[in-house]
Design a protein. Structure first.
Lengths: 69, 163
């Protein structure tokens, strides 16, 4: 396959490559903030599950305590 | 992926990815941001990171264009946006940014996406083939055919200007 692709770039491709894409319009700080939040999403989820489990256990123990007293 | 790596990706590929997404939709920044956040979410970055990113951006942009098309006729809007694809050129001997954008805009999308990914994204034809689910040979053929069309179009425009 590489035989069919010439080694020397096309002059038009070179001329086109000199055109710079318009700068992206996204807010870099907002993106970094969102990325940080996403990267920790699993940890937040873990804590939420753990908290829910602890709450359920607490309610269960409270129920047992008050019904068997 | 750490913040330094993400910042490096944004600096190095952000503008090219936005240009790539702009071919399909009118919200390319959102599509690229979503793709970057998807990358942050996965625990192990893919082996072919850049083709993977282009593939995710491509799929996101196509989905976004379908959603936009339901709301409005996108083709008209895309033609209006075409001149904004590139920064104005300050090189008087170089190509006219607006003419080049319009000529690119008129190419078939399966040809244009390969030209954009190769010239401005710096992807090899093998990487493009991975991103667009095709073969490198097919990508190269489409690229060469697209350049020929652009050559005719931009050459004709230059001759018209010179008259």
């Amino acid at each position: 396959m590489s035989d069919s692709i010439p080694n020397t770039p096309d002059p038009l491709a070179i001329a086109l490559s000199k055109l710079d894409p318009a700068p992206h319009g996204f807010d870099r700080d907002a993106l970094m903030f969102a990325a940080g939040r996403e990267s920790k999403a699993w940890a937040v989820k873990c804590w939420q599950v753990l908290a829910a489990a602890a709450l359920l256990a607490a309610v269960g123990f409270a129920y047992l305590y008050f019904t068997h007293r | 992926m750490g913040p330094d790596q993400l910042a490096e990706l944004v600096d190095q590929y952000g503008a090219a990815l936005v240009l790539y997404a702009r071919q399909w939709c009118d919200c390319p920044e959102d599509v690229v941001q979503t793709a970057l956040l998807k990358l942050v979410r996965i625990s192990t970055p893919p082996d072919n990171l850049i083709p993977w990113l282009y593939r995710v951006v491509r799929n996101g942009a196509i989905d976004a264009s379908r959603a936009a098309r339901r709301r409005q006729k996108y083709e008209t809007a895309a033609a209006d946006h075409a001149p904004k694809w590139f920064s104005p050129s300050y090189d008087p001997t170089g190509l006219d940014a607006r003419a080049a954008a319009l000529a690119l805009c008129n190419l078939p999308v399966e040809t244009r996406e390969i030209i954009v990914a190769h010239i401005w994204g710096g992807l090899t034809f093998e990487q493009i083939a991975t991103a667009v689910d095709s073969s490198a040979a097919t990508c190269y053929r489409r690229y060469a055919a697209g350049l020929d069309i652009l050559r005719q179009k931009l050459g004709a425009d230059t001759r018209t200007k010179m008259k």
